[in-house]
Design a protein around this ligand. Structure first.
Ligand code: NAP
Length: 251
């Protein structure tokens, strides 16, 4: 029986629950011929040769490689191209094609919780996940403003990128940006006492805090939002949905 070899590349991967999710799904569905490995890669040098040598049929991409992986690929799906980030790669006949399943997973998990007053959002971080999130928000008619530690200068807004502000500016904007999405790794295991949002006292009952991090659940970011009466969403449903969508592509 031929084996369908899949996996996750990134660095570090200690926080990841993807392997557990896939192995449980393979067991549940009786897929004996599939494996999902964790590959913490120190760099992407020689990625194509390594993928072909390992015989991978597909792989997920996580921090910090969602954007950096693009030059190593032969093609991109329309949505991955529009976003400028890839979290799922299909390998077929030696060709590597990049997709973005974070975007539909974020869209589907956010939609049931979106209220009419969520017309503007703050998106913390300017990495690959932030790009998928802001692409989806724009599609839903929610205006995203990205919040960065240092990219506000010399970071030209393009069609793809929204306005970028500093955390100090965001502290003021949050009163009329009632959706705040954490798309940074701050607060993720093992650094669970950290939060990317130092303005907990500014949460209100009309705010929705969405943390893409799923380990721990809840994060300090979400605990503080709850304490101040805001609605919250953790990253686990999104993780599961992007994994299901990746599996659909690999099959
Ligand atoms: P990334 O490419 O490494 O980017 C994260 C961004 O966060 C950086 O560009 C940076 O923006 C900001 N950042 C990084 N370190 C920071 C720090 N110490 N303090 C403040 N800001 C910091 O990561 P990513 O791939 O976008 O992923 C971000 C997070 O989302 C990760 O925790 C990942 O696990 C999670 N995620 C979850 C799901 C899911 O399915 N639930 C899907 C995708 C991603 P600035 O330099 O501009 O500040």
């Amino acid at each position: 029986m031929s084996v369908l070899r899949l996996g996750l590349i990134g660095n570090p991967l200690g926080h990841s629950w993807s392997q557990r999710w896939f192995e449980e799904m393979f067991r549940r569905e009786g897929f004996e011929g599939a494996t999902y490995g964790l590959y913490p890669l120190p760099s992407l040098d020689g990625l194509r040769e390594w993928v072909l040598q390992e015989g991978l049929a597909g792989f997920n991409v996580t921090i910090p490689y969602k954007e950096a992986v693009i030059p190593y690929l032969d093609g991109l799906s329309e949505e991955a191209r529009a976003i400028g980030a890839v979290n799922c790669v299909c390998v077929r006949d030696g060709r590597l094609t990049g997709h973005n399943t974070d975007a539909p997973a974020f869209r589907e998990t956010l939609l049931p919780h979106l209220k009419p007053w969520h017309t503007r959002a703050l998106v913390l971080g300017t990495g690959g996940a932030s790009k998928a999130v802001s692409h989806v928000l724009r599609g839903l008619g929610v205006e995203p403003t990205l919040v960065s530690r240092g990219r506000t200068r010399g970071y030209a807004p393009t069609k793809r990128l929204s306005r970028v502000v500093s955390y100090a500016e965001a502290a003021d904007l949050v009163k009329n940006h009632l959706l705040v999405v954490n798309a940074t790794p701050v607060g993720m295991y093992p650094d669970t006492e950290a939060t990317p949002w130092p303005y907990a006292e500014r949460w209100t009952a009309r705010h929705l805090a969405y943390d893409l991090i799923y380990n721990p659940a809840p994060t300090l970011f979400l605990k503080q939002a709850t304490e101040h009466g805001a609605a919250t969403l953790g990253g686990l449903p999104m993780l599961h949905r992007q994994a299901e969508l990746s599996w659909d592509l690999w099959q």
